[in-house]
Design a protein around this ligand. Structure first.
Ligand code: NAD
Ligand code: TYD
Length: 336
């Protein structure tokens, strides 16, 4: 699998090794700013586990590794919307071209299954109701457009070469080991340090927050019991806006409301995502961690693991932070 040193990928690896000790796992990961080989420390000594430091865009390396595996699971991606707004090129390179390299190598080698980890953001902003797997893809950010581009390539390999591909479209995920730039780990680590929690615009954009353990189990269910050629949504079914996330984090840490700070809105900010998960549920999967509990446990994890995240909030992290976050009156976002 690729991208296994990242947030969701490392949870998937830890779960797979615990639940399926008969499987061997090879992780290919470039260790970008978001990847951290220490996320895999709990399995580092397991004989059936191997870590390879490298890029999914490296055709020669991918060809060599894929000849040894039966199943490919692709987590590797540039994954942060705000970074995609600033510099989309690397998103196209890894998320689209990298997926093509994996597909092409898998096609040549022959294999049992290829699972592409995608996102509910490919459906784009939806005002009402929920997105189902057959709905059109209407991505609106460079990140979601890159993920949709990858999906279209996966579809092309399915239709053209009959490849046994499965795609999962997960909703906003949170939990331990998440790089502190997405809203939940950023707000938790800022609040621990009594720093402001930057809420985009009026803070009313809604997401469906899913605990990483539930997301990884959902991917495993789709991989092992899903039908080749099908796509599966993965989500909890909640609807929480940015102000509410700030309130939950502040309450869990017993910090004052005054830490909430409204900042300039994200360009083209998608207002709402919501997915229908009946298809994955029909395979027996259910999300188990409600947001209030998951968030409390995640806050406890970040408090207990400062040695994991403090080194990440330095240098380039703050350069990006300063470029990305602007006061509310620094000019309106361009029309979306
Ligand atoms: P992440 O940013 O934490 O991790 C990405 C991993 O991919 C890192 O370990 C990084 O080093 C690796 N990587 C990046 N470019 C690479 C390359 N060219 N070659 C090899 N490895 C590379 O991301 P995440 O949050 O764990 O997301 C994993 C996947 O799930 C992504 O495909 C993402 O689009 C998708 N997803 C994420 C969320 C979410 O809320 N985080 C929700 C739905 C779907
Ligand atoms: P994010 O965690 O970046 O995930 P995504 O954009 O992939 O959904 O953002 C989740 C929501 O939180 C989104 O509506 C934007 C908002 N947000 C903030 O208000 N402040 C922040 O600092 C961040 C990172 C996000």
């Amino acid at each position: 699998m690729s991208g296994g040193a990242g947030f969701i990928g490392s949870e998937f690896v830890r779960q797979t090794i615990a639940s399926h000790p008969e499987d061997s796992v090879i992780v290919l990961d470039k260790l970008t700013y978001a990847g951290n080989v220490h996320n895999l420390d709990p399995v580092a000594e397991v004989p059936s586990f191997r870590f390879v430091h490298g890029d999914i865009c490296d055709m020669e390396l991918v060809d060599t590794l894929i000849s040894d595996v039966d199943v490919v699971v692709n987590f590797a991606a540039e994954s942060h919307v705000d970074r995609s707004l600033e510099a989309p090129g690397q998103f196209i390179q890894t998320d689209v071209f990298g997926t093509f390299v994996l597909l092409e190598a898998a096609r040549r080698a022959g294999h049992d299954r290829f699972l592409q980890v995608s996102t509910d953001e490919v459906y784009g902003d939806i005002e009402l109701g929920t997105s189902s797997e057959g709905d059109p893809l209407r991505p609106r950010s460079p990140y979601s457009a890159s993920k949709a581009g990858a999906e279209l390539m996966v579809w092309a390999y399915r239709a053209s070469y009959g490849m046994p591909v499965i795609t999962t479209r997960g909703s906003n995920t949170y939990g331990p080991y998440q790089y502190p730039e997405k809203i939940i780990p950023l707000f938790i680590t800022n609040a621990i340090d009594d720093q402001p929690l930057p809420i985009y615009g009026d803070g009313s954009a809604v997401r469906d927050y899913l605990h990483v353990a539930d997301h990884a189990r959902g991917i495993d269910t789709a991989l092992r019991t899903g039908t080749p050629g099908e796509d599966y949504n993965v989500g909890f079914g909640g609807a929480t806006n940015g102000r509410e996330i700030a309130d939950l984090v502040l309450a869990a840490l017993d910090k004052p409301d005054s830490l909430k700070q409204h900042v300039r809105d994200r360009l083209g900010h998608d207002r709402r995502y919501a997915v229908d998960t009946a298809k994955l549920r029909s395979l027996g999967w259910r999300p188990e961690v409600p947001l209030e509990r998951g968030l409390r446990e995640t806050v406890a994890w970040y408090r207990a693991n400062e040695a994991w995240w403090r080194p990440l909030k330095s240098g380039e992290f703050w350069d990006f932070y300063r470029r990305n976050y602007k006061p509310l009156d620094a000019g309106a976002a361009r029309p979306s």
